[in-house]
Design a binder for this molecule. Structure first.
Ligand code: 5GP
Ligand code: ZN
Length: 122
């Protein structure tokens, strides 16, 4: 199994379940978005599947529709959260994967970062 519904030891599963507080940006039946606790940029939020998928390395054909929804949601939420429009504004969408990819939380998450430069990093 590459994923299951909920991992009791996972910090992002706990955020999705409301067991750890977060500043929620968006929620639907399959997706949850919240502000990063250590923002790199004036706008910095994370979008996660509610299901516990460990990383991009654990994604299979069964996740295509879910990830399509997630990626299609990102531009809409970016504008709602204050990113300026393309092409002068815009945002970065980042998915760290594995240790060498800089992944620290092992529940798949997409970073969306934007707003006026300079940023803290990135
Ligand atoms: P990664 O390095 O795994 O791609 O990014 C994990 C991100 O999750 C980091 O940017 C970190 O600031 C954020 N993060 C870690 N723990 C929490 C938390 O408890 N709440 C929130 N809102 N963000 C968190
Ligand atoms: Zn999880």
């Amino acid at each position: 199994m590459s994923s299951h519904a909920h991992d009791p030891n996972c910090i992002f599963c706990k955020i999705v379940a409301g067991q750890i507080p977060s500043k929620k940006v968006y929620e639907d039946d399959e997706l949850f978005a919240f502000h990063d606790i250590h923002p790199w940029a004036p706008v910095h939020f994370l979008i996660v599947p509610k299901a516990h998928i460990v990383s991009m390395a654990h994604v299979g054909p069964e996740h295509e529709a879910l990830l399509g929804r997630l990626m299609a949601l990102a531009p809409r939420l970016a504008l709602e959260q204050g990113c300026s429009p393309y092409p002068d504004g815009g945002y970065r969408i980042v998915v760290n994967t594995g240790a060498e990819g800089g992944q620290e939380v092992h529940h798949l998450h997409v970073h969306v970062m934007g707003g006026p430069r300079p940023w803290v990093k990135g």
